[in-house]
Design a protein around this ligand. Sequence first.
Ligand SMILES: [Zn+2]
Length: 485
Amino acid sequence: MSRVVSSLARFVPVVLLVLPLGLTAQARPPIYSPGRLTADQQVALGIYKELVEINTSVTTGNITTGAVAMAKRFREAGIPEADIFVGGPRPEKHNVVARIRGKGGPNAARPILLLAHLDVVEALKADWSPDLDPFKFIEREGYYYGRGTADDKAMASIFVANVFRMKREGWVPDRDIIIALTADEESGPANGVDWLLKNHRNLVDAAFVINEGGGGTTRDGKPLFNAVQATEKITTNLTLRATNKGGHSSVPRDDNAITQLSDALGKVGRYAFPVQLNEVTREFFSRTAELETPAVGRAMKAIVANPRDAAAMKVLGADPRYSSMLRTSCVATMLSGGHATNALPQLAEANINCRIYPTETAEQVRDSLARVIGDTNVKVEIKTQRPASPSSALLPEVMDPVRRITTELWGPIPVIPTMSTGATDSRFFRTLGIPAFGVSGLFSDPTVDARAHGRDERMRVQSFFEGQEFLYRLTKALATAKTAS
Ligand SMILES: [Zn+2]
């Protein structure tokens, strides 16, 4: 396209080329005007506020309260009772699933699933700024504050609010749209997605899933790129265990469980797993190279060309986020040992938390660490392990409308596939072969807004309403299928 423009430019007066661009910019009115919310934005804001103020944290909260409140909203929006399900394995851990019926018929494509989790990470008022309260929804200087404003109650309330708009417009999708708002994504024993897939698969079975894990990035207040998460690292916990026959501490010997474990931990801490790339991260680094500083951009291109380029890895390793996207990582997170101040320790143990590249297995990582430690008296065992979860292929059916709507709303910024270094519920679907994509159109600046799970969690007001519009247009595009899939 740029070649066409440059060859045209030789013949066409520059003004003609500039004018249509200017018109395009004018044709893009702001989605959000401060102080002048549209009726649809007011609906979304009301749901968002209600949801943030319901404490759904894993231990002190009640997720069912949130599920019941959203079920009521679905009913008010016009979804029949028969298409709303509320349930879960425990009274306080319910999920809500609602279905917007499509036109149906023999050629109807399989449903799409819009997924968000209702639970939030614990938050104590004392830990937040004195003028904020994690379970009070507060707007201040262009931001909404409260636990869950970013993770994940913006997406949850936008999905619910957009049902009101679709129903009011009388719009009927070509395929069913399922919305699932679930429990215990963050932690806790009753993961809603896992439970629904095992007990009510028909309720959430879909051609593909739209979930958290993606989102837009701004720099200096301007949209930089929109990310689509298509894969994620896999969490595994390993135990390092050193044992010893023990004895009186007044007669120490060379072998000592705590000392041996310490040596092992030192080796694990200094060890770097080999650099890896997959379809998604290769694309991520190739595209992000264009947006980064020249030195980092050069290193990104170099590592894509040659994963063994040590000089490039040194540059990228300075940023822990890039480093984690390039290799499996294992880090000591808990430590215990000994049983008395005056006894030689009989047992010393450490927990090692590993985030494994999707192409690697827990067994391979365990064996690597055992080799690095090289001490048969320190055992390396797999403590908890999650099933492998493949990358989702970047389906044109999803990526094309994401790119188109991104350009409609924010101009010609790139859409970049990413791999999460943390975990989302998308892994349950990917394990079953159902593609899942983290995409929200919710933009934030990682240098000031990365507060999910932490203090003073917030969402830019403009980002919330732009995300609402993005997900509205995306849902409509995805549910207006030309052919069955
Ligand atoms: Zn989340």
